[in-house]
Design a binder for this molecule. Sequence first.
Ligand SMILES: [Zn+2]
Ligand SMILES: [Zn+2]
Length: 187
Amino acid sequence: MHRKHHAYTDIEGDPHSPVLLGWKKVQAKNVALYRATVLDPTTIDRYAKDLPDDRWDKLFFGHNKTGLLSGIAILMIALGPWTGLLAAFIHANVYLASNAAVNALGHHFGRRPYDNRATNLQWLAFFTMGEGLHNNHHAAPSSPRLSHRWFQVDPGWWVIKTLTTLRLATVRFSDIRLTATAKASFN
Ligand SMILES: [Zn+2]
Ligand SMILES: [Zn+2]
């Protein structure tokens, strides 16, 4: 889904473009848009050939709602049934709404230091582990670091740095690799 979005950013074929659909529709219907695209087998064939289901996906997570339900169960066991349910409800809504916001608001409102349709929204980046710096992401899509300037705050990058320091993760490209268009257009 996300690779298709990069292949057709804000042109015909983009599964969740505010330019084509309007930002309100993308914000409200993001989940439905994802479902429609990933249920189409040509999407998987074309964009996710190198990402086959692993053992855990085949056994467990690939089956309908098992991932979601086991998360809720863990919260209910850890926090007690009602607090756990409430935490799951809040988490699901914040997660779904902020994911939708990156796709909707992050292609409509905000700054565009690089010449692409996506936008940087620092306030959204606080909620989304840096994903709100979405103009930067489209300018350097292979970079795990989403902050490109000293004043931009990217909490996801702090987590990645901590994990790499602890040798729990490796980063393929730690430098910011701008696309050719981004290099030419930075202002
Ligand atoms: Zn985007
Ligand atoms: Zn991306």
